[in-house]
Design a protein around this ligand. Structure first.
Ligand code: ADP
Length: 357
């Protein structure tokens, strides 16, 4: 990406204050409150149907809220139409006009807003430079690759120099390699231009690699708002623990461990990559199946009724039916209240000491 010749637009903060959206019996978004700092990259993450798009569309002003307030730059915009919210959007379907050239697609919004042609041309040149589209300005969208079309959609969004950009699964139509490239590009572009980004994705890798802040939603409710690192290292509840990380965190009833026969009120979590074979270790399990992954081995194991996974080095010879003893570092343990699901950091060292005694 080229050096920044584009005028930096400083981002505006966004606040959702107990925002809900209800359709008949469906509570798509349930009293969600989020602070999105100015100039941050915030990902709205969660499984299909959890309310991500609805939340984004309410911020955009494309969907009414049923209750609650939305503030942009400290101003209540809840009743404002989309055109008065000073933001741009990029959708999953790039929604390019097929009969217009790349250049015409990019400047379309400026024309609608009657920006003068000299100003338009100058901004077009900068955006095309920034996105590597300079050689393609006369082509029609049908003559572009998927990645190039995606760049045109990005160009159209950033040429308006809006303080906020909203994106809804913008990379879903691209193949894996291109997705990775575009992730890096979009993140760099956002940091360079400084606008506030709200980015919808169901892909946890996309969210944790791109965002400053991840908003994890489930069934219309907030599960956790945290930095990617905190989400991985300190998931607030079992849902967050299993949504982030591949394969997901293992969760055990406390009595799955040899030394914890009586602690039914807690669920204990250990990530597959945090476990290792250890003679006399606190977990004695049976290996069910073994998957060779090249860099390591993923073994499906079972202890009593609970199945779980562990990553082992390829040098370790393991066969289905083997019994194996496993251990982990004391700080790799996560403790959750079995009733409320709440994280109990206060108990980690106590459980850790018991397990490793
Ligand atoms: P996500 O983007 O996380 O996949 P959505 O925000 O699209 O989820 O949808 C959240 C819930 O709201 C879903 O149960 C969906 O079926 C419902 N929903 C979305 N739009 C409408 C609508 N226009 N009318 C009725 N229900 C809707």
């Amino acid at each position: 990406m080229k050096a920044n010749v584009f005028q930096e637009s400083s981002g505006k903060p966004i606040t959702l204050d107990a925002v809900s959206r209800v359709w008949g019996e469906t509570v798509a978004v349930d009293a969600v409150s989020i602070d999105i700092p100015a100039g941050s990259f915030t990902a709205l993450l969660g499984p299909s149907g959890c309310g991500k798009s609805t939340t984004l569309r309410m911020i955009a002003g494309l969907e009414n809220v049923s209750s609650g307030k939305i503030l942009i730059g400290g101003e209540d915009v809840t009743a404002r139409p989309s055109s008065k919210r000073d933001l741009s959007m990029v959708f999953q379907s790039y929604a390019l006009f097929p009969h217009l050239s790349v250049a015409e697609n990019i400047i379309f919004g400026l024309k609608v807003r009657r920006v003068g042609s000299a100003d338009r041309d100058e901004r077009l040149k900068k955006v095309a430079d920034l996105l590597g589209l300079s050689q393609l300005l006369d082509r029609k969208p049908g003559q572009l690759s998927g990645g190039q079309q995606q760049r045109v959609a990005l160009g159209r969004a950033i040429i308006g120099e809006k303080p906020i950009c909203l994106m809804d699964e913008p990379l879903s139509n691209l193949d894996a390699k291109l997705r990775h490239e575009m992730r890096v590009e979009i993140r760099a572009l956002q940091q360079q231009l400084g606008f506030t980004m709200v980015y919808v994705t169901h892909d946890q890798v996309e969210a944790i690699t791109m965002a400053d802040q991840v908003v994890l939603l489930n069934k219309g409710r907030l599960e956790q708002v945290a930095s990617p690192r905190d989400l991985y290292e300190k998931p607030a509840n079992p849902f967050a623990a299993r949504f982030i990380g591949t394969p997901p965190m293992n969760l055990f009833p406390a009595n799955a461990f040899k030394k914890l026969s009586t602690a039914p009120d807690f669920q204990l979590g250990v990530r597959p990559e945090a476990m290792h074979a250890q003679e006399g270790g606190p977990l004695r399990a049976e290996i069910r199946t073994v998957e060779y992954l090249g860099a390591d081995i993923l073994a499906d194991c079972a202890v009593a009724e609970t199945s779980f996974q562990v990553r082992l080095p390829t040098g370790k010879s393991v066969t289905p039916g083997d019994r194996i003893e496993l251990g982990f570092a004391p700080d790799a343990l996560h403790v959750f209240d079995a009733d409320t699901g709440g994280r109990r950091d206060d108990l980690v060292s106590e459980f850790g000491a018991l397990l490793h005694s």
